[in-house]
Ligand binder design. Structure first.
Ligand SMILES: *[C@@H]1O[C@H](CO)[C@@H](O)[C@H](O)[C@H]1NC(C)=O
Ligand SMILES: *[C@@H]1O[C@H](CO)[C@@H](O)[C@H](O)[C@H]1NC(C)=O
Ligand SMILES: *[C@@H]1O[C@H](CO)[C@@H](O)[C@H](O)[C@H]1NC(C)=O
Ligand SMILES: *[C@@H]1O[C@H](CO)[C@@H](O)[C@H](O)[C@H]1NC(C)=O
Ligand SMILES: *[C@@H]1O[C@H](CO)[C@@H](O)[C@H](O)[C@H]1NC(C)=O
Ligand SMILES: *[C@@H]1O[C@H](CO)[C@@H](O)[C@H](O)[C@H]1NC(C)=O
Length: 374
């Protein structure tokens, strides 16, 4: 798998002639709940222009998958809960995996992960909808992938950091008591099938929830605030959050489990300190941190693979949690970049290129998405 990623970087290197780091990758997610959408072929161009080799999609739509054939861009697709809840027997899932993953693999789409649902154990609003079937559907998805001989496509489910208890230092990290049984079942399942633990983390929320100095959320060493934990000192929130998860996994018996940061970012509106200046600052620090490959005190000198949230704003996303949900994009929903970011991890002072090729989409076409978006 890592060899394949390297070859993407190498081909980008040839394409752009730049000095590109091999190893850790930075992906991005692309949601399509906007009145103006970039057409999939433009997205492919945009990713290639920006040197982004990995993309997370929220739905495996046929016409989107078509655009990724033979592109070498690694894809994550999500099986949405509104789809899964109608699955009663294995055959349905087999057919779905066949038509969307197997057939497209044969057309040269490079699938990395299939997400089965999204943040099922999260505590806040969605508690009421807590998704009971996650592990069963995870099992069924794995079975279908195996049936079609797709052992390298891993099935997992992403979680939000609120699956963890609140801590004062990372070594206290543990999973919430009310979900611990389910989480252990889940961990057994992904460990058995060699899938990673995917965490969605949002330092902008955690820094305020915990009442930390906001500078602690950036990676610029401006904060005087530190957290000392035994022999380890934490100077930024990301490493604090990451090692809290590492500790929780270790207590559950999975100290070496691979972790992927499935969503991380900084919105530009709709939340305290959410603006373009801070988003640029956060991403600049984060990308330099990835490039330095320093890892965290509990996992030093390691690559950490991450997916930024997100490529474009989505002006039709439901805002159950808050208005910031529509403002995660590096690009506005019409394809204009908001701030500077160098996806090639070289810290150049560049704005991404303007995207061409947006199409206006009728509101009624989004009804399915509205019902399904979790
Ligand atoms: C979850 O599923 C199990 C087994 O199918 C069932 O017994 C249980 O009542 C369900 N719980 C909820 C909250 O739906
Ligand atoms: C998932 O599969 C494992 C291994 O076959 C099995 O032990 C477990 O009971 C299954 N869980 C569910 C909820 O289907
Ligand atoms: C952690 O703290 C926040 C803010 O005080 C609270 O909303 C949340 O419920 C706490 N989480 C747990 C697992 O106790
Ligand atoms: C996790 O998987 C690895 C590799 O298959 C295995 O050696 C290890 O025992 C598993 N861990 C647990 C706690 O089951
Ligand atoms: C922050 O400070 C630490 C410890 O002094 C140092 O190792 C690290 O390189 C600094 N990071 C940045 C981004 O300046
Ligand atoms: C801290 O470091 C010292 C000296 O290396 C070592 O003896 C001690 O066990 C460490 N403590 C912890 C909690 O790791």
């Amino acid at each position: 798998m890592y060899r394949k990623i390297s070859s993407v970087w190498i081909s980008l290197l040839i394409l752009f002639g730049g000095e590109i780091h091999v190893g850790a990758y930075l992906g991005i997610s692309w949601g399509r709940m906007a009145t103006q959408k970039l057409v999939p072929s433009m997205i492919v161009d945009l990713l290639l222009q920006n040197g982004i080799s990995e993309l997370r999609l929220f739905q495996p739509s046929f016409h989107v998958l078509d655009a990724f054939a033979d592109t070498n861009i690694g894809l994550i697709v999500t099986l949405q809960e509104n789809y899964l809840k109608n699955v009663v027997e294995q055959k349905q899932l087999d057919d779905y995996i066949h038509e969307r993953i197997k057939v497209y693999s044969e057309k040269g789409v490079k699938f990395r992960y299939v997400y089965v649902g999204n943040e099922p154990f999260t505590k806040s609003l969605y508690m009421k909808k807590q998704f009971n079937g996650t592990i069963r559907y995870l099992n069924m998805t794995r079975e279908a992938l195996d049936k079609f001989n797709l052992p390298d496509v891993k099935a997992t489910t992403p979680h939000f950091t609120d699956v963890l208890t609140n801590v004062s230092k990372p070594s206290e990290g543990d999973f919430r008591e009310d979900i611990k049984g389910k989480m252990l079942e889940f961990l057994d399942c992904i460990n058995r099938t060699g899938a990673p633990f995917v965490i969605h983390m949002f330092p902008i929320f955690t820094v305020y929830t915990y009442g930390f100095d906001v500078d602690f959320a950036f990676f610029n060493n401006k904060s005087k605030f530190k957290i000392v934990d035994g022999n380890n000192t934490y100077t930024n929130l990301f490493t604090f959050m990451y090692d809290t998860l590492v500790s929780a996994l270790a207590k559950a018996g999975y100290g070496d489990m691979e972790i992927i940061v499935g969503q991380i970012g900084w919105p530009t509106d709709g939340y305290v300190s959410a603006n373009e200046k801070n988003a640029e600052k956060f991403n600049r620090g984060l990308l330099q941190y990835i490039a330095r490959k320093e890892g965290t005190p509990l996992r030093p000198n390691r690559d950490i693979n991450m997916y930024l949230l997100s490529l474009t704003d989505e002006n039709l996303v439901v805002t159950d949690y808050g208005p910031y949900q529509r403002h995660w994009g590096v690009y506005k929903h019409d394809g204009v970049p908001k701030y500077k970011i160098d996806f090639t991890l070289q810290n150049r002072d560049v704005k991404p290129s303007v995207a061409k090729g947006t199409t206006y989409v009728e509101l009624r076409d989004h009804l399915d998405n509205f019902l399904g978006f979790i």
